[in-house]
Design a protein around this ligand. Structure first.
Ligand code: ZN
Length: 418
């Protein structure tokens, strides 16, 4: 065979591989079956949830993992609550067989949740949750009043940094203020992030203690319809809030969000910020100034920075250094950037939370862990999808075929054309 012919064959083989490797986007039971068959990390998943109790040493609680509730959501929204497994092999068999569209993790109960009815009949009402990771659930859809690029479940690289800020603020505080070390951050697959605090101390927290921790992070007061969502009270800011502000939120607001969301670029957006200023005279003074510079030569690029500077100067000028206005600049920054937690998820032990490595049905993306130390590098649009993974499997399969020389090339469709 001439060199040219060999070269042509190599190129064509590569093209063929690309064509065969491409799997149409989507999410369905067939795709999922291959994912659960070949890729889901059963071993690591089980090892995590066993917390060392899967070993053989005398300190192990052999019943521990079998008392953990997993919940499966099947195709057509059929829920299978209170599933439990004693071994990784059992878990693997069940997932492969049932092919759940979603897997949720619940608490560890006092008894095997699958046998809860038998215990109830025995007269002792002993079926209670006894352990559960401290969890946090943050959805970007809760930020719709402060982002203009997307809404609802949609997200893009302009608004995703709001989630990066959540990770930075919470991770630092959970480690520094609470002394937790084993913290897992997971992309929820579409619109947010989940946090699992796995330290033994965290897993044993009561509901009351969980509520207290959730409240520690809460700066949002008032109902959904109140204009002023953040109220920073007291003569000085709590050290956690002060640190969050100076180390993270202020820079993020001024260097990124202000520009990426064009926070002062329209009358309506300006009005939203002015509503956060409790003094009407100050608000209207700023409004007049902005009306003025709308006609001035400030370019569109500069309008956000210029108006923010004017707001700060006005609020912090000697004239307005009254108690009520002193915190206003900080309150505006907090309103736009501070983590918005779903409190109820964190407060109760028996709340279910989607397991890592599930596939999100709407996006087809894998719920992958996020490294908190490099969270600004995380790009939700680059997270592998189910179809990409299947494509890689196809390509790898072909690679193995050709390496083993198991296939007769002449029988493959492409080579018949040569
Ligand atoms: Zn966006």
């Amino acid at each position: 065979m001439g060199d040219e012919r060999v070269e042509a064959m190599e190129i064509d083989a590569q093209q063929r591989q690309e064509v065969a490797a491409a799997v149409p986007d989507g999410f369905n039971a067939d795709y999922l079956r291959i994912y659960y068959g070949k890729l889901f990390p059963y071993g690591d998943f089980f090892k995590w949830l066993a917390y060392g109790n899967d070993a053989k040493h005398p300190g192990c609680d052999q019943s521990y993992i079998g008392r953990r509730e997993l919940s499966f959501t099947l195709e057509n929204d059929i829920y299978l609550r209170f599933q439990s497994f004693d071994t990784a092999a059992e878990l693997e068999t069940s997932i492969k067989e049932k092919c759940p569209f979603k897997i949720d993790i619940g608490p560890v109960y006092s008894v095997d949740p699958a046998k809860r009815h038998a215990y109830a009949q025995s007269g002792n009402n002993v079926f209670v949750p006894v352990e559960r990771e401290l969890i946090f659930d943050i959805d970007i859809s809760d930020y719709d009043d402060v982002r203009y690029c997307c809404s609802g479940a949609d997200t893009c690289l302009d608004c995703w940094p709001l989630m990066t800020i959540v990770i930075k603020i919470l991770d630092t505080s959970l480690r520094g203020d609470f002394g937790f070390n084993h913290i897992l951050w997971v992309y929820s697959g579409r619109r947010g992030v989940h946090c699992w605090v796995c330290d033994s101390r965290a897993r044993k927290l009561s509901n009351e203690q969980r509520s207290a921790i959730a409240d520690y992070f809460r700066v949002y007061k008032g109902g959904e319809n109140s204009l002023k969502k953040v109220s920073l009270t007291g003569p000085v800011l709590h050290p956690f809030l002060a640190r969050s502000y100076t180390d993270v939120l202020k820079c993020f607001f001024e260097d990124k969000l202000l520009h990426s969301q064009q926070l002062f670029a329209s009358e309506e957006r300006c009005q939203k910020i002015l509503e956060l200023i409790p003094d009407e005279n100050v608000a209207s003074e700023l409004h007049d100034k902005w009306q003025g510079n709308r006609r001035s030569s400030i370019s569109k690029e500069d309008v956000n920075a210029a108006r923010w500077e004017q707001l700060k100067t006005t609020l912090q000028s000697g004239k307005h250094k009254t108690q009520g206005l002193r915190r206003c600049v900080e309150e505006i920054v907090f309103s736009y950037t501070y983590p918005r937690l779903d409190m109820e998820v964190s407060k109760h032990m028996n709340h279910l939370l989607k397991a890592p490595f599930c596939i999100h049905p709407k996006t087809g993306r894998v719920c992958v862990p996020i490294d908190p130390n490099n969270c600004e590098d995380f790009d939700p649009t680059a997270v592998p999808t189910l179809s990409q993974l299947l494509g890689e499997l196809n390509a790898a399969g072909m690679q193995i075929d050709s390496e083993n020389g198991t296939s007769d090339f002449s029988e493959r469709p492409f080579f018949n054309r040569c």
